[in-house]
Ligand binder design. Structure first.
Ligand code: HEM
Ligand SMILES: *[C@@H]1O[C@H](CO)[C@@H](O)[C@H](O)[C@H]1NC(C)=O
Ligand SMILES: *[C@@H]1O[C@H](CO)[C@@H](O)[C@H](O)[C@H]1NC(C)=O
Length: 233
């Protein structure tokens, strides 16, 4: 099975890249969806009705994934969800993924991210599939706990916007309050009442974090893959 997974990897990559490029072309031609019409009927968040926030308990599993509203075109439709706490963890905190953060199938992750964030189906397949690969499990049959996604230098990498590096803070499910506040304070977009992080703000903060991490973390690493991953956010 391990061998099959290894051999199939380049084919899956080629397939996803081609698929994604096709979607990119379609996106250029097709009109954008209106706010309130992004999440399909029957899925949580449809017509801007997001399930309520319920804070995690000490035994709940959480990941190092924290999306920020500013990353998304449909910011308006996502605001109620994102204000309370970002991405994969937010989905669990709002009971859209299981609140325990445990026993989530890779396929559920695809469906949930696709419905809630309207991310490309290529991304929603590729990233959970990538996670299944580094956890040495099957995308089609297996499950994971949110904290397992934080394996160092798989997706999780140094110089993140919201967490100290793994060498300094082994618990990567834990956001660093100082970093989060510094990030939010750097927002220059939106209005004074509802400020937004712009792409420029995010990119400036990322540069700052890379300089800072290099200085404070002796074990700092930044290979091309993770540089790309970090910059894509
Ligand atoms: C589909 C499955 C996804 C998986 C498996 C996943 C996993 C992860 C992981 C492991 C990290 C930590 C990387 C680091 O060290 O900074 C991360 C970070 C992040 N994720 Fe996700 N993610 C997913 C989807 C998303 C989506 C849809 C969004 C946007 C809505 C998002 C937004 C972010 C952001 C902004 C960060 C950076 C946090 C920081 O720099 O501190 N992720 N994700
Ligand atoms: C991913 O989720 C979407 C939305 O539920 C579904 O249509 C699609 O078949 C799923 N793809 C895979 C590869 O699991
Ligand atoms: C890691 O941090 C999270 C979030 O603060 C917390 O819920 C969890 O209990 C911590 N895990 C460990 C092993 O300390």
């Amino acid at each position: 099975m391990g061998l099959f997974r290894k051999l199939s990897k380049p084919f899956i990559l080629l397939f996803v890249v081609t698929w994604d490029f096709g979607l990119f072309l379609l996106n250029v031609i097709l009109p954008a969806r209106k706010a309130g019409h992004v999440v399909p009927a029957g899925a949580p968040g449809h017509a801007l009705n997001w399930p309520a926030y319920e804070p995690p308990t000490p035994t709940d599993s959480r990941s190092s994934c924290k999306g920020l509203a500013a990353f998304l075109r449909e910011t308006r439709s996502l605001t109620p969800l994102m204000i309370q706490g970002p991405m994969l963890n937010a989905l669990a905190n709002h009971n859209i993924l299981p609140h325990s953060g445990r026993g989530i199938s890779f396929r559920t992750l695809n469906t949930t991210v696709r419905q809630c964030f309207n991310f490309a189906p290529s991304f929603c397949f590729f990233v959970p599939h990538f996670a299944a690969d580094f956890l040495e499990r099957s995308y089609w049959r297996d499950s994971f706990d949110l904290e397992e996604l934080s394996k160092h230098n798989a997706i999780e990498h140094d110089a993140s916007l919201t967490r100290r590096d793994a060498a300094l803070e082994p618990n990567q499910s834990k956001p660093d309050i100082q970093l989060v506040e510094q990030l939010l304070a750097s927002a220059t977009g939106g209005t004074p009442e509802a400020r937004l992080l712009t792409k420029k703000d995010l990119s400036a903060m990322l540069s700052r974090r890379r300089v800072e991490s290099r200085r404070e973390n002796e074990a700092y690493s930044e290979d091309r893959f993770h540089n790309g991953f970090g910059s894509a956010k």
